[in-house]
Design a binder for this molecule. Structure first.
Ligand code: NAD
Ligand code: UDP
Length: 336
């Protein structure tokens, strides 16, 4: 079986390529390296001892994508390619809509033309907005606070309409919670350009001495320690969820959404503490103002993915912190 992975050189995509290759799939990657470097794919090959086919191609490039489908017999697609910075999306909404939504439409059209109607889509817990916790898949979605989040919501809806029009599609919408951690080898991990927006990469850059101190965004929330609560999930557990979803779409038709989270919340202070334990480094941090748009607490009810896909998260926050720190120490200047 051959799987096309869009955005396969990125953080989650690269870990998923490792799991796919290890499981015996042939892998074709399409990436424009907007937020990654080709060396990541060399490292995927080093970890697995296997090779993958790669195309330096933008998903908005219809001719380029058609070439990928004509040169390979693609059985299913895992669609990671997209822009993901929430703050940036509020400044550059048109770029986000054009890249994420238009890019996805071009991909779906090329898939349809090639007769490949099986796709796993990277969605996000952000589609739930202000629902009660834990989030469940049948809750209403779409009350979203950023253009980035709206691209995820709209693409879910587009795929819903595609399925309504043609029931031979098989579509899995994976709603990720907060992926952190890295591959145990320390060869691949999260390597954002510039100053990180997300908590874990910020913490690890403070620990390695590249950033001076972490600001905890708000210490006065209505949570046990006053800091925000999220459902952190090890990126390798998340990658493995894609294998379960691919196995499922290969044998069925339909459209289903799944929460991919641990089902447990951790506060910012708990993550800081776990990282300090894992690294043996005291982190320099201050409690600052709340960040606009942050919800106080959310986490997944992952029962549907557990029971229907047979997927279970294996790793806790200690392992997530250990692997993040291992990656950061081995790659102080990122992946070159
Ligand atoms: P990432 O930026 O590391 O990976 C995305 C990859 O897609 C990058 O390699 C980038 O170069 C590529 N890409 C972007 N636009 C492209 C285009 N037009 N054509 C071809 N390639 C393109 O991000 P990630 O953290 O690995 O996230 C992967 C997916 O998961 C994204 O869709 C993201 O929105 C979604 N997601 C991520 C998180 C998270 O916290 N990391 C949470 C929920 C959902
Ligand atoms: N956070 C923080 N300081 C930072 C970055 C993030 O306190 O420098 C907090 C943020 O307020 C949220 C949690 O860490 O409560 C996770 O934030 P992240 O941006 O990683 O993910 P989000 O849940 O917002 O998608």
């Amino acid at each position: 079986m051959t799987i096309l992975v869009t955005g396969g050189a990125g953080y989650i995509g690269s870990h998923t390529c490792v799991e796919l290759l290890d499981a015996g799939y042939d892998v074709v990657v399409v990436d424009n390296y907007y937020n990654s470097v080709p060396a990541v794919l060399d490292r995927v090959e080093k970890i697995t001892g296997k090779t993958l086919r790669r195309y330096d191609c933008d998903i908005r490039d219809r001719d380029g994508l058609e070439k990928v489908f004509s040169e390979n017999k693609i059985d299913a697609v895992i669609h990671f390619a997209g822009l993901k910075a929430v703050g940036e999306s509020t400044k550059l909404p048109l770029l986000y809509y054009e890249n994420n939504i238009w890019g996805s439409i071009v991909l779906f059209e090329v898939m349809e033309k090639a007769g490949c109607k099986k796709i796993v889509f990277s969605s996000s817990a952000t589609v739930y907005g202000n629902n009660p916790i834990p989030y469940k898949e049948d809750m209403p979605t779409g009350d979203v606070s950023s253009p980035y989040g709206r691209t995820k919501h709209f693409i879910e809806k587009i795929l819903g309409d595609v399925y309504e029009a043609d029931n031979s599609w098989s579509i899995s919408l994976l709603r990720y919670f907060n992926p952190i951690g890295a591959h145990e080898s320390g060869l691949i991990g999260e390597d954002p350009n510039g100053i990180p927006n997300n908590l874990m990469p910020y913490i690890s850059r403070v620990a390695i001495g590249k950033l001076e101190k972490l600001t905890v965004f708000g210490g006065d929330y209505d949570t046990p320690d006053g800091t925000c609560i999220r459902d952190y999930i090890h990126v390798v557990d998340l990658a493995r969820a894609h294998l379960c979803a691919v196995a499922d779409i290969l044998k069925t038709t339909g459209i289903e959404a799944y929460n991919i989270g641990n089902g447990k919340g951790s506060s910012v202070l708990e993550i800081i503490n776990a990282f300090e334990q894992a690294s043996g480094i005291k982190l320099n941090y201050v409690i600052g103002d709340r960040r606009a748009g942050d919800l106080p607490a959310f986490y997944a009810d992952p029962t549907k993915a557990n029971t229907r896909l047979g997927w279970h998260a294996e790793y806790g926050v200690d392992k997530m912190c250990l692997d993040t720190w291992n990656f950061q120490r081995k790659n102080p200047d990122g992946i070159r």
